[in-house]
Design a protein around this ligand. Sequence first.
Ligand code: FES
Length: 105
Amino acid sequence: MPRVNFPEEGMQASVPSGSDLQEIAQKHPHLPFKFGCRQGQCGVCALKVLEGMENLTQRSENELKTLQSKQLDLTHRLACQCALNGDVSLARCCVSNHRATEITE
Ligand code: FES
């Protein structure tokens, strides 16, 4: 089973292949996912993909527009808009109304 890893928080989980990240967040509430609209609009769920971008489903036009509006580059994904088929390492972001910054703790 693929692994979702948040190395900065030392948190991880094994999940079924094909799971979307909203399902994973629901089944593994210890993982530091955060959601707002759940429709690819607000950017609150943005994550930096440290490893395994190729293991996430493709971006939609809607996701691309939201990432651009938050000044996030293509190393980022919206957790509410993708599923995974292999291991990924992720880092949280902090999104304001206009832009996002990565959280470094
Ligand atoms: S929760 Fe709003 S864009 Fe993902």
